[in-house]
Design a protein around this ligand. Structure first.
Ligand code: BG6
Length: 510
């Protein structure tokens, strides 16, 4: 017989166990479109931090390339300016990092510049022997993806084993509907194989998003309740205070359904609703996600507005400051019909979730930046306190809060202290960083590292992309071709929770 000992959880877990297990192979990161915003705001800061924490391989180098004529020295200066905007830059750390930074001008229409890129890489690999391992990170407008992929392929830069591995990172949006997503995939697959393609969704790399599967499947007590018998509804919310800012060129033709729903919201839905994979491995996790998307009940496009609210922000106030209407933003058509808010009710047709509504809400210029998943449990089956207390008893609610608070909290009922018998709602919470003081990886650090390690767990697989487009394309088609489009797009004041009926806490959509 084995003896069991009871012990309280050890709060001094050896957290080092959670740090990097493996350093990636030596490699080069080629950032295509390196003069753009994403490179200086996200990619270089992430790589700089990884360099400082010793997580990057040795040797390693970064080759930035774009249409903007720059030399390597000027490129380094620009990148340093970007870093300075985030805080002070340690001079020796910058010196060591910037020695790995190079730049070359390319032209997306001129194949000879890609041949030259190959030559530059070979020359740099003489100085930094990375064994031919290369990551091509496409940090360019999506319209340039096909041409760039063709150019890389034709210049012989996509082929592996000459020597080393080659990977390509593509940022969303992956197409703008099912047909264009398939077309993009055909172009990628004409030159790269699936194991080389990394389709980024930065939501997947957020710590608290990764934690959803751990929370659900590493604990025995939640999963038995995680189904239609106990759950009344699920709310998935990604609210932002930001407006479209300087991204009108992209956003006008995109709108909230393509920008947030096709990717981030669908990933949050899959993590909340999927079945447990038998092993925690990339293919198995992605198989289960695909099964969840296959269970999406086709949207009732003939009665679209019973399950969908679309809105566009007008002028208003955010954090006490007056902000302009979407249609008055620079680069936006003054008669634009692009939605900046959507709330959708959907169902999954499977055993676990039959009949449980999922409410997905996302919008810009809402009162606060908040990303969270709320599981609304059913009410108690018999309200034995109703006669005594004469009041309704709120059902339990479990919230997985992703931003700004990284915490999980459960609301439940207790007796109020005192002589009078009455109930009150209280919360029990867990703060994600509680008792942890080790290093943290931000989303871009995590995806860059995983890509160097060849781990596709946190990246989209093409079948998931197509299944989600398959669900959304009829909705988009109906919304965009509907004669009543202008009437269906409800205005809302900036700083409000969307148009009427858009409040993420409303149980029904009118
Ligand atoms: C991006 C969208 O993918 O996600 C943006 O293109 C949006 O429009 C952003 O603002 C939200 O990301 P986060 O991490 O700030 O919630």
């Amino acid at each position: 017989m084995t003896s069991t000992t009871t012990r309280t959880p050890d709060l001094k877990i050896p957290y080092s166990a959670c740090l990097l297990e493996q350093t990636p192979d030596p490699c080069a990161i080629v950032i295509v479109g390196a003069s753009g915003d994403l490179t200086s705001r996200k990619l270089i800061p992430a790589l700089f931090n990884l360099h400082q924490t010793g997580a990057l391989p040795e040797p390693f180098f970064i080759l930035g390339c774009a249409r903007t004529p720059l030399n390597s020295a000027r490129f380094r200066e620009k990148m340093k300016d970007g870093l300075r905007e985030k805080g002070a830059v340690d001079p020796p750390a910058w010196e060591a990092f910037s020695a790995c930074l190079q730049y070359q001008t390319i032209d997306y229409d001129d194949p000879s510049t890609f041949t030259r890129l190959g030559k530059t890489l070979e020359a740099l690999e003489g100085r930094f022997p990375v064994g031919g391992n290369r990551v091509f990170y496409l940090s360019i407008p999506p319209a340039l993806y096909p041409a760039t992929v063709e150019m890389l392929g034709k210049a012989g830069l996509a082929a592996e084993g000459k020597p080393g591995w080659v990977r390509i990172v593509v940022e969303k949006p992956f197409g703008r509907d099912l047909a264009s997503a398939k077309e993009l995939d055909r172009t990628l697959h004409a030159h790269f194989r699936e194991h080389q393609i990394f389709r980024i969704d930065h939501y997947l790399a957020k710590e608290t998003v990764q934690n959803i599967l751990m929370f659900r499947f590493a604990n025995a007590i939640f999963e038995p309740l995680w189904n239609r018998q106990y759950i009344a509804g699920v709310h998935i919310t990604a609210a932002e205070t930001l407006g479209v800012a300087h991204r009108a060129g992209y956003y006008e033709g995109t709108g909230v359904l393509r920008d947030m729903f096709q990717n981030h919201m669908m990933q949050l839905l899959a993590l909340t609703a999927m079945e447990p994979p038998s092993r925690f491995e990339a293919e198995q996790v992605r198989d289960e996600k695909a099964k969840t998307y296959r269970a999406l009940r086709p949207f009732p496009v003939e009665a679209l507005w019973e399950s969908l609210v679309l809105g566009q922000y007008g002028a208003g106030e955010i954090n006490g400051k007056a902000v302009r209407a979407y249609r008055d933003e620079p680069g936006v058509d003054p008669e634009s019909l692009t939605p900046t808010f959507a709330r959708m009710k959907l169902f999954l047709d499977n055993w676990r979730w039959q009949g449980v509504p999922f409410y997905l809400t996302s919008g810009k210029r809402l009162p606060e930046k908040r990303t969270e998943i709320t599981i609304q449990f059913k009410e108690v089956p018999h309200a034995m306190f109703r006669n005594t207390l004469g009041e309704s008893i709120s059902a339990n609610r479990l919230t997985l809060s992703i931003y700004p608070q990284e915490k999980i909290y459960l609301t439940f009922q207790t007796k109020n202290p005192g002589a009078r018998v009455c109930l009150r709602s209280v919360t029990m919470d867990f703060n994600y960083h509680q008792n942890y003081s080790g290093p943290r990886l931000d989303a871009y650090e995590k995806v860059l590292l995983d890509c160097m390690l060849g781990d596709q767990m946190l990246f989209w697989r093409q079948d998931g992309v197509e299944l989600c487009w398959g669900f959304l394309t009829p909705i988009l088609r109906e919304c965009e071709s509907c004669g009543d489009r202008a009437r269906m797009l409800l205005p809302y004041e900036s700083g409000a929770w969307g148009p009427e009926g858009g409040d993420p806490w409303m149980e029904t959509l009118e």
